[in-house]
Design a protein around this ligand. Structure first.
Ligand SMILES: C[S@@+](CC[C@H](N)C(=O)[O-])C[C@H]1O[C@@H](n2cnc3c(N)ncnc32)[C@H](O)[C@@H]1O
Length: 245
């Protein structure tokens, strides 16, 4: 399925790439490892400056407003900024802060979350979560869903809604193709020089449209429901759930 969804236009289908972001490359090469760290650091800083960690924490906490002591699983945490906000904003929440990248998890463990008694930090692949069904009230996957090709992305939805009552996906919006071209044109000149922009261009080309998100939720299971919000100029939010037996 194209990133623009089953009904994507011809132009939209051209605005895709299989090229990997630095974040998706093997950290064995020291040059790649250092670019990866630079991208994660830039995400952490811009999340602080533009209030994204706090905005995403509000979105997540709204979904567990009725739960007194929510257990929240953060997938693809990168730097842990969102989990730190969740703990700051909810006095009795517990977070499990995870990422597939061992270096990122080691860095989070070495920081304040590593010694917070309401936080557990672990390496977890969002496509294959090693937790029992219903272990969490909520799972959240921020700015990460586009990293996964469609089959793996559908697995994240299946796994997230298996281990948690709801999964909140917050990700880059995929604009209509003409606007997308303009967004790419503004970023491309800096992409060869700034790792964060390089990964931003690829993220944009790999972002999913609302119709793609609906198709991926349907692929994850016939009983999976999806509610979509935001998009275009704000991050796109998908709340996916499946009825409890
Ligand atoms: C762009 S960063 C987002 C970091 C952070 N969530 C934020 O909002 O700034 C994407 C993260 O997704 C992680 N990731 C990619 N594939 C993953 C997978 N299969 N399971 C868990 N995390 C994954 C990457 O290691 C990276 O840390």
């Amino acid at each position: 399925m194209p990133r623009g969804g089953p009904d994507a236009s011809c132009l939209d289908r051209l605005l895709e790439t299989d090229r990997l972001e630095y974040l998706d490359r093997d950290s064995g090469d020291p040059g790649v490892a250092s670019r990866k760290r630079s991208v994660i650091r830039a995400l952490e800083l811009t999340g602080d400056w533009f209030g994204n960690h706090e905005k995403f924490a509000h979105i997540a906490l709204d979904e567990v407003a009725e739960v007194p002591d929510p257990r929240i699983l953060e997938l693809g945490a990168g730097h842990g900024g969102l989990s730190a906000k969740l703990l700051e904003m909810h006095p009795t929440a517990h977070v499990t802060v995870t990422d597939v990248e061992p270096q990122s998890v080691a860095a989070i463990k070495a920081g304040p979350l590593g010694s917070d008694e309401r936080a557990t930090v672990a390496v977890v692949d969002a496509t294959d979560i090693d937790s029992a069904d219903g272990s969490f009230d909520l799972a959240v996957f921020a700015l990460s869903f586009h990293h996964l090709p469609p089959a793996a992305a559908a697995r994240v939805i299946a796994e997230g809604t298996r281990v948690a009552h709801k999964l909140v996906i917050v990700d880059l919006p995929r604009p209509p193709a003409p606007l997308h071209l303009i967004r790419l044109a503004t970023m491309l000149p800096l992409a060869p020089f700034i790792p964060f922009v390089h990964d931003g261009v690829i993220s944009s080309l790999r972002s999913y449209s609302p119709s793609a998100l609906r198709a991926l939720a349907a692929e994850a299971g016939p009983d999976v429901t999806v509610e979509l919000r935001g998009g275009l100029l704000t991050p796109q939010v998908a709340v996916v759930a499946r009825p409890r037996g």
